[in-house]
Design a protein around this ligand. Structure first.
Ligand code: KG4
Ligand code: ZN
Length: 361
């Protein structure tokens, strides 16, 4: 080896991926490099369009994505001062989610891939959430236990590696973010409800209103929040409690359900060196504090991506693409250009289907 010089960096150049996210009410585009650099990113929220309806209206969402996605891609490329020639792959959320929006993003990515000759990466939105903590935290190694809590999902996953996910729990009815949004609606707090419920809860007594902890202690490993929501409705209708007490008591019940289900998942599938939380509900400080305590109790490292990476964004989609590219060989040509958008797409294909409606993965 005597003649080999080490003056130049011989490591493979980190690949650059353009990512598009459009599965719910955020149109987002990002350029991410495999060395964990977010080169450029833009996100357009549709909050104002959906606010009058107290929730996301799929048809309005699809139209808004269609209007915005092309100009946003152009803007992100301009922000980065790059052309598609310099990009290694085009990634888009291909499901699960509201199908109209998913199709808009995926078709845009297909068009760019076809025009540029770069590979298409059809990304599972849940995989984006599952891997996003590694974009923010270079020290986070596999495996880890992931709690994914958003408006559409409430799952506990064992993340064993890129493409290796075991679903340990999911919701049999509502996602936790959905329960926060419905509670906010019942309390007249507007949309999106999570942050409003959290703010109001600060002024309330978490023990004031007796509310159920659905499935707590159950041998069924999953979550359920429909019964909690109905109990909130009854508490509101009774007129016996202040909105702040109801908000605080709801939040407390929800957190206890999360911790109970995590304990059970860890008992069945653990130990894990780390606990990670992702999804919009990870913004909640009471949830975070409870998770930190839980992780400390079980000698697990706790990490949560910064808020901008917790809620829906395109950097996580581009990053999932970077992770896949880093594993792929030189003969990798991406996903087929006729990849079909999937409204439902479980991360763990082996996971059994659970009872209940509205379960998206
Ligand atoms: O991940 P996300 O942006 O979109 C989905 O994929 O659903 O999550 C949005 C959800 C909404 O239900 C919102 O009410 C909830 O996350 N959320 C919160 C908080 N901030 C956002 N829930 C509780 N407390 C918060 N501070
Ligand atoms: Zn999401």
């Amino acid at each position: 080896m005597g003649s080999v010089t080490h003056t130049s960096d011989t490591r493979p150049k980190a690949k650059i991926v353009l990512g598009i996210e459009s599965s719910c009410d955020e149109t987002a585009v990002a350029l991410v490099r495999g060395d964990r650099t977010i080169i450029a990113e833009r996100i357009a929220s549709q909050e104002a369009e959906h606010a009058p309806y107290g929730g996301v209206v799929p048809e309005i969402a699809a139209r808004a994505h269609a209007e915005r996605v092309a100009p946003m891609i152009a803007a992100v490329m301009a922000d980065a001062g790059m052309t598609l020639d310099e990009v290694d792959a085009i990634a888009a959320t291909a499901g699960p989610g509201l199908i109209g929006g998913v199709m808009v993003g995926l078709v845009s990515a297909k068009a760019l891939a076809m025009a540029s000759g770069k590979p298409l990466l059809a990304i599972n939105h849940l995989e984006g959430h599952a891997l996003s903590p590694r974009l923010a935290d270079a020290g986070l190694a596999f495996p880890y236990l992931l709690l994914l809590v958003s408006g559409g999902h409430c799952q506990i996953l064992a993340v064993d590696g890129v493409g290796q996910y075991r679903r340990l729990a999911t919701t049999i009815d509502d996602a936790l973010g959905e329960a926060f949004d419905k509670t906010a609606k019942l309390l007249g707090l507007g949309y999106p409800g999570g942050p409003a419920v959290e703010r109001l809860a600060l002024q309330g007594d978490p023990k004031a209103v007796p509310l159920p902890r659905p499935l707590k202690g159950s041998a069924e490993p999953h979550f359920s929040f429909a019964g909690l929501k109905s109990a909130v409705l009854r508490a509101v209708d009774s007129g016996a409690h202040t909105p702040a007490d109801i908000a605080a008591s709801f939040q407390q019940a929800a957190v206890e359900c999360l911790i109970d289900r995590l304990e059970y998942a860890l008992h069945r599938a653990g130990p894990f060196p780390a606990l990670v939380v992702a999804g919009g509900v990870a913004a909640n400080q009471t949830v975070r504090a409870a998770l930190e305590t839980f992780a400390a109790k079980h000698a697990m490292r706790f990490t949560a991506p910064p808020l901008a990476l917790c809620t829906d964004n395109a950097a996580m989609i581009a990053w999932a693409g970077c992770e896949r590219l880093a594993l792929a060989g030189e003969d990798f040509h991406g996903d087929p250009l006729d990849f079909v958008a999937r409204p439902r797409w479980p991360l763990d294909a082996d996971a059994e289907t659970v009872r209940g409606a509205g379960v998206k993965g």
